[in-house]
Design a protein around this ligand. Structure first.
Ligand SMILES: Cc1cc2nc3c(=O)[nH]c(=O)nc-3n(C[C@H](O)[C@H](O)[C@H](O)COP(=O)(O)OP(=O)(O)OC[C@H]3O[C@@H](n4cnc5c(N)ncnc54)[C@H](O)[C@@H]3O)c2cc1C
Length: 316
């Protein structure tokens, strides 16, 4: 009997939510294909955290040094598991860790990697994966080959598994590779304003074009009672601090209103804001991916719209 393997990622106080989402999907797929669901966890709390999962089997690699992601060691352990168990699917969340690990693991095991996966379904005996390509402009539907695959799944696609179980535990010991040592984990700085607490975010992307245009966005944010945030290129250009960045390598936000000005809506950006209650996209390109998830969209030039909105809000 084949298996569906989920690689669990450690967060603060247990596994991250995106790993628990994968458990729910792995169980569904395993059931539909007559396979078993298996989860693997790393670090000093691995056994404790894995024990309650409602899967058929768990594998604990309990070296304390592996509580934090260690690319080489995780890959080494997983390559051994893949060689021994030959799971049909190996699921990782498309997080910073999952993207790194998924690619390395697929290369080591000579398996295809299906990245940025947003949907997985079973039709007959086939598994179909939907993957977003070209920064979310196209969705590719891929039939998973019989040899299996490593799949990195976008967080937030399915509800988390909340069932409790008591699966049998396999304990795996691992000699740590000596070529790499994790010295320090650096969290993104919270900085001046905590954008995760704001109810209204006025967010600007590369469409702002020039730092001299930033006051237009700042004034609008002030007039509407919101806070200014941005996409990554704005931070990379040094126009706003990292603490204002929304997305995969920035902050995850869930405001009541998210106004995206000149932001294309790449998967890495959407990952940080797609759960906002109301999304308003302003983009001269009507085909920008942000338009697909926006509740309201405008193709007006943001540099014209922002001052006009500010004026209206101020009642001028
Ligand atoms: C590992 C990794 C992590 C990443 N993490 C993040 C992250 O945390 N956050 C993030 O944002 N990105 C992140 N990225 C980058 C991401 O892939 C995109 O490159 C980025 O989000 C694009 O930013 P943007 O939408 O501002 O720029 P672009 O994609 O260049 O889009 C600019 C948009 O502005 C529109 N526009 C231009 N002029 C105007 C105008 N005058 N009026 C209205 N619209 C206009 C254009 O039509 C275009 O759609 C990450 C990438 C990787 C590989």
């Amino acid at each position: 009997m084949g298996s569906i393997l989920v690689v669990m990622e450690n967060g603060t106080g247990g596994f991250v939510d995106s790993s628990k989402e994968l458990i729910a999907k792995a169980k569904d797929i395993a059931k539909a294909l007559g396979m078993s669901s298996v989860a693997i966890g790393f670090g000093s709390e691995a056994e404790k955290n894995l024990k309650g999962l409602s899967v058929d089997r768990v594998i604990a690699v309990s070296n304390p040094e592996l509580t934090q992601y260690h690319p080489e060691a995780y890959e080494k352990a997983l390559a051994q598991v893949l060689q021994k168990d030959q799971p049909f699917l190996t699921l990782v969340a498309n997080t910073t860790m999952g993207m790194d690990l998924g690619a390395g693991l697929a290369a080591r095991a000579s398996l295809p990697l299906i990245a940025y996966c947003s949907q997985l379904s079973v039709e007959g005996q086939e598994v179909l994966a939907t993957s977003s390509v070209f920064a979310g402009k196209l969705m590719a539907e891929i039939v998973v080959p019989e040899s299996g695959a490593v799949i990195s799944v976008m967080p937030g696609q399915w509800p988390q598994d909340t069932d409790r179980g008591d699966p049998p535990i396999d304990r795996m010991s691992l000699d740590l590779p000596s070529s790499m040592k994790i010295l320090q984990l650096i969290e993104p700085e919270k900085g001046d304003v905590d954008i995760t607490k704001a109810e209204i975010l006025v967010s600007v992307g590369r469409g702002i074009d020039n730092p001299d245009n930033l006051p237009l966005a700042e004034e609008l944010a002030e007039a509407i009672g919101g806070v200014l945030s941005c996409s990554r290129p704005v931070v990379d250009a040094g126009w706003l601090p990292k603490s204002r960045q929304v997305g995969k390598s920035g902050q995850t936000v869930k405001p009541k209103v998210y106004m995206a000005f000149g932001i294309s809506g790449a998967p890495e950006h959407q990952q940080g804001m797609k759960d906002a209650d109301l999304i308003i996209a302003v983009n001269t390109d009507e085909n920008a991916s942000m338009m697909d998830i926006a509740h309201y969209g405008s193709t007006v030039d943001m540099l014209d719209l922002m001052p006009a909105l500010t004026e209206r809000l101020r009642g001028e």
